[in-house]
Design a binder for this molecule. Structure first.
Ligand SMILES: Cc1cc2nc3c(=O)[nH]c(=O)nc-3n(C[C@H](O)[C@H](O)[C@H](O)COP(=O)(O)OP(=O)(O)OC[C@H]3O[C@@H](n4cnc5c(N)ncnc54)[C@H](O)[C@@H]3O)c2cc1C
Length: 294
């Protein structure tokens, strides 16, 4: 019986295995890590505790299926080479190894500045910095940060910054301070419970810089066959989702705003040069004369 080889056993790899085993197909899954939890473990911020446990159980269940052979601690490219896997007559090889390399920022000289971070190591830092065995980058979260992106992951980054800024100010004032509880309640509500006024903390907050308008931010999906009424409703829902999140976590959004360069003062990265966009036929088009510095 031929088998399918799956590289990476997290959400994508395990879902593939679930579908294949349901059709009676044997699967061999290799993963570089001890457990194949991928982004669920090290991508989603640590407050997604319930979702994480649910996904872990789902993956564990699939890995224990009688038609699945799970091979942990095996990294393709290091422990196993392409020629090794091509020597075996698999019925198919399925790459489900995720997207662990952040897309480069368009002005790559930004990588020379210590106050610039890519999302993957930043979220990894947030998830693990409190562990004694943590060996990743160290992050100094400062006020007035700019987060360039759009979508769920960039909103999570804004939330992490806001939570960390508040933590810096109130951790010593609140007995049993817990950042995950503050995420679940929302910053304002959590502070209210402890008789602290957010405005008194003197935090300006992070700004999400997005090149399109909020209606075009992929926060909710719009099915392909939607009529114009449905599209309008879903787009309005996107604005509402973002507004609710902003109310809870108090970050700002600069929509239709596109970075055009770095703002460097005395060799320090102080901000970004930007231009405003207008949306024409769903595409962002730069507005001449709207250049500015954030
Ligand atoms: C900050 C953040 C917030 C997010 N929020 C949401 C959300 O709210 N809702 C939502 O639906 N999605 C969200 N996502 C996206 C979601 O987490 C991912 O899309 C999904 O988990 C990706 O699953 P995957 O299986 O494709 O990849 P991964 O989870 O990256 O899994 C890849 C697997 O392949 C293994 N692997 C990689 N390279 C090799 C190799 N060479 N050899 C062997 N094994 C290898 C890895 O160890 C890993 O187990 C978020 C992502 C981020 C980063």
């Amino acid at each position: 019986m031929k088998a399918v080889l799956i590289i990476g056993g997290a959400v994508s790899g395990s879902t593939a295995a679930q579908k294949l085993t349901a059709e009676g197909v044997r699967c061999v899954i290799i993963d570089q890590n001890h457990m194949p939890y991928g982004k669920i473990e090290d991508g989603l911020p640590r407050w997604h505790d319930k979702q994480r446990t649910k996904e872990y159980l789902k993956i564990d269940d699939i890995m224990s299926h009688e038609l699945v052979d799970f091979v942990p601690l095996t990294r393709l490219g290091k422990d196993l080479h392409f020629k090794d896997i091509y020597e075996i007559d698999w019925s198919c090889i399925y790459f489900a190894n995720g997207a662990w390399k952040d897309r480069s920022f368009p002005f790559t000289e930004i990588e020379n500045f210590s106050n610039f971070y890519y999302q993957n190591p930043f979220v990894y830092w947030f998830n693990h910095y409190h562990e004694s065995s943590y060996k990743g980058i160290s992050v100094d979260v400062k006020d007035n940060a700019l987060v360039v992106g759009g979508g769920l992951a960039s909103i999570d980054v804004c939330k992490i910054i806001q939570l960390e800024l508040v933590k810096q100010k109130v951790e010593s004032k609140i007995e049993g301070f817990d950042i995950v509880t503050m995420e679940h309640k929302g910053i304002s509500k959590y502070l209210e419970m402890h008789d602290i006024d957010y405005d008194s903390l003197d935090i300006n907050g992070a700004t999400l810089v997005y090149r399109r308008d909020v209606e075009n931010m992929p926060l909710t999906t719009i099915p392909d066959n939607s009529d114009s009424d449905m599209v309008a409703k879903r787009k309005l829902a996107r604005r509402k989702v973002l507004k609710n999140t902003q109310d809870k976590f108090l970050f700002r959004v600069a929509e239709c705003t596109q970075p055009t360069g770095l703002h460097i003062v005395d060799d320090n990265l102080e901000g970004l040069k930007i231009i405003k966009n207008e949306i024409v036929d769903g595409r962002p088009v730069a507005i001449e004369g709207s250049e500015d510095i954030l």
